[in-house]
Design a protein around this ligand. Structure first.
Ligand SMILES: CC(=O)SCCNC(=O)CCNC(=O)[C@H](O)C(C)(C)COP(=O)(O)OP(=O)(O)OC[C@H]1O[C@@H](n2cnc3c(N)ncnc32)[C@H](O)[C@@H]1OP(=O)(O)O
Ligand SMILES: O=C([O-])CC(=O)C(=O)O
Length: 371
């Protein structure tokens, strides 16, 4: 047996949902640039779940269904109030809340395709409420009910702040949701597929995926990028800070990727938004610092920015708390996780690889008093 560390280059599933070929990302064959420039997040949800773009009435129906299902059981609020709110990370709170949501879904263990779509809608709708309610409850504020007339992105921002967002904020957030929605067999999506390949339920798959996304080598990197930008503080400190990290052989969050070599095609969209939004909010230095870091890492390590690098300054410009960056990634990626879960169910086989044993040879049990 031979092993490939981190399963690099191993093709572990067939999928019709998204592809990364020669650094080009597509959802169901549509280039990510085309989708980001023209579609809405709700259209992307439909595209990923049905592997085709919706017609107008189908999109209207999905929007209505999402708006109608955003309420969450009061137990979710009670759960948050029972947590150590000064210390709990919102990703840990989200992971626990999604698991709890599953206990309230009477169809949780119904495995029929239609029931799985209904659960998908409920989960995609409710996860926006869960993240925004957590943010408000830990600040001692009441959760805010969604406005049915607002789209998904606008509702998220509204439920977070209590104020209807401006058009430019809605547009940027919608694009960010599109850009994070799916990404082939990334670690959290693979986790979801492994989980449900045992014929476990949708909520278990998404709960497991949230756990995988939380780590700083994956979705957790966006929060770490913001932490780094805050620590650097001003453009004059970039060079010494980054050089110090590189000399110490530390990883710079938001750079590098297992699959992309020339660059992550999502990053230029976020970079453009970062430039626009930081200028508008009077914090252009955040963008300038990001560019300086970017240029140093490209020059010295040859590593381009990934999706997490410029998303940090975008979310910060939208006034979003830094530890909510990864939960927002999860809100968007739920659409992709669910698409992969449905695809896994449709052509399932248990996922069970082998390990090459490298421990000691056969040993004889030694009684405890003889060790
Ligand atoms: C949504 C997402 O998940 S996007 C990724 C988000 N994660 C990050 O931004 C965290 C920082 N980046 C990384 O840790 C990595 O690039 C990963 C996890 C994304 C990819 O990891 P892998 O494909 O396993 O690459 P690996 O970690 O083996 O790195 C290969 C080499 O590049 C270096 N390298 C990779 N990323 C970085 C980085 N961000 N900063 C500095 N050096 C890096 C490694 O130190 C290693 O060098 P070496 O061969 O001299 O030891
Ligand atoms: O694909 C990956 O390994 C990580 C990533 O960029 C994503 O999940 O969006």
């Amino acid at each position: 047996m031979s092993t490939t560390k981190g399963l690099e280059g191993i093709v572990a599933a067939e999928s019709k949902i998204s592809s990364i070929i020669d650094d080009t990302l597509t959802y169901v064959g549509y280039n990510i640039d085309d989708l980001t420039n023209n579609a809405s997040f709700e259209e992307i949800i439909y595209l990923l779940w049905h592997t085709r773009l919706p017609k107008a009435d189908e999109l209207a129906e999905l929007k209505q269904q999402l708006a109608d299902n955003m309420d969450v059981p009061a137990a979710i609020y009670d759960l948050f109030k029972s947590m150590p709110l000064n210390t709990v990370h919102p990703m840990a709170a989200l992971r626990t809340a999604v698991s709890l949501l599953g206990t309230f879904d009477e169809e949780a263990d119904v495995m029929e395709t239609e029931a799985n779509y209904r659960k998908a809608i409920r989960l995609q709708a409710k996860i926006a409420t869960v993240v925004t309610a957590f943010s408000r409850i830990r600040k001692g504020l009441e959760p805010i009910a969604p406005k049915p007339e607002l789209g998904y992105a606008a509702n998220f921002l509204y439920m977070l702040s209590g104020e209807e967002p401006e058009a430019i904020a809605i547009e940027a957030f919608d694009k960010a949701l599109i850009l994070h929605a799916d990404h082939e067999l990334n670690a959290s999506t693979f986790t979801a597929r492994v989980c449900v390949a045992t014929l476990s339920d949708v909520y278990s798959g998404v709960t497991a995926a949230i756990g995988a996304l939380k780590g700083p080598l994956h979705g957790g990197a966006n929060e770490q990028v913001m932490k780094m930008l805050s620590e650097i503080g001003s453009i004059d400190n970039v060079e010494s800070y980054i050089q110090g990290k590189l000399d110490n052989k530390e990883k710079i969050m938001g750079f590098g990727h297992r699959v992309y070599r020339k660059g992550d095609p999502r990053a230029p969209h976020l970079r453009e938004m970062s430039q626009k939004l930081t200028a508008l909010t009077g914090k252009p230095e955040l963008y300038e610092m990001s560019v300086k870091i970017h240029d140093m890492i490209v020059e010295q390590k040859g590593l381009p920015a990934n999706v997490d690098f410029f998303s940090a300054s975008v979310y910060d410009s939208l006034g979003i708390e830094h530890d909510l960056f990864t939960p927002i990634f999860a809100v968007s990626r739920t659409s992709g996780w669910v698409a992969h879960i449905l695809e896994q169910y449709a052509n399932n086989r248990l996922i069970r690889p082998r390990a090459e044993y490298v421990g000691p040879g056969m040993q004889k049990y030694v009684p405890i008093n003889e060790r």
